[in-house]
Design a protein around this ligand. Structure first.
Ligand code: MN
Length: 289
């Protein structure tokens, strides 16, 4: 099942069309303060699937090209990310002072995971708004896993059971000496899309080609089989520190080929068995009061 959020609607993606399945959300429980630390749609996805299928049968297909796609997860509780999780990206990080700022780049087992602010999350239609045009700002394409079930200190062999699905993630990064979480948490610097592919439709996330182009030129091309810690190992590792909740997002790390973007660029991010998304880059708007 391919699920998207578009124009404030919930959609089921079929071929190049979207089917409006928003009425399926009416069965979600109504929450009262204090809100639970989950994304309600993701937390209840297994129970909603029949209603989503039923709505899809009634819906009139609308071309995907005509809608604005938002992040498939509306309310992620946290965005976890793996810093240097491909060997060749580790090597380029160690050899390029524009990436490492003369600090030692540690391998993921030493560096651990970091967290990005959930306020940085956008969908492809919103694009990336560059806030510091004077700083080097890089693209990083990553496979993103969406947690579907509460995961507290789960063993590697049971880790994948806790995934609701997958999408493409862009971990946009200002290079510099500050903490990762600061440089990567700028508004719009986490792009999730184009839709969520449920885990049952993507049984082997460990062998997917990923490609990122900027203005049509290929910058990153790799396969998730080259991850240092695979997705199951990442979930086991992360959940040994904090409890993963439905709707939490795990960015699995970027391969080699990271490079700068600037306002006016268009990124095209593709992951095999998920899909492709075009993400425009623009200058940030002036501050709002
Ligand atoms: Mn990254």
């Amino acid at each position: 099942m391919l699920l998207c959020r578009y124009d404030d609607r919930l959609g089921l993606v079929r071929n190049d069309d979207v089917l409006d399945v928003t009425p399926a959300l009416e069965t979600l429980p109504s929450y009262h303060y204090p809100l639970p630390p989950v994304d309600p749609l993701i937390a209840h996805l297994p129970a909603l699937r029949a209603a989503i299928e039923a709505e899809a049968k009634k819906a009139k297909p609308v071309p995907l090209k005509s809608v604005k796609l938002f992040s498939p997860v509306a309310n992620p509780g946290k965005v976890m990310a793996a810093p240097v999780n491909y060997k060749k990206h580790l090597e380029e990080g160690r050899s390029d002072p524009g990436i490492n700022f003369n600090r030692q780049v540690q391998e993921i087992r030493q560096a651990g995971c970091f967290l990005k602010a959930t306020s940085s999350v956008v969908g492809p239609s919103e694009g990336v708004a560059v806030r510091h045009p004077d700083r080097r700002t890089d693209h990083e394409i990553e496979l993103a896993a969406i947690i579907g079930k509460r995961a507290d200190r789960v063993p590697v062999e049971r880790a994948l059971e806790h995934i609701a699905g997958y999408c493409i993630g862009l971990d946009i990064t200002v290079r510099g000496p500050e903490e990762r979480s600061l440089r990567k948490s700028i508004d719009s610097y986490t792009v999730l899309g184009p839709w969520l592919v449920t885990a049952d439709a993507l049984p082997d996330p460990g062998n997917l080609n990923l490609t990122l182009k900027v203005n049509g030129e290929t910058r990153q091309q790799a396969n998730t089989r080259d991850l240092i810690l695979n997705i199951a190992e990442l979930i086991a590792f992360a959940s040994s520190y904090y409890t993963l909740m439905p709707g939490d997002v795990l960015l699995t790390g970027t391969p080699e080929g990271v490079g700068p973007i600037k306002a006016g660029d268009v990124m095209t991010a593709t992951i095999e068995q998920i899909g492709s998304m075009e993400v425009p880059v623009r200058a940030a708007d002036p501050p709002r009061g």
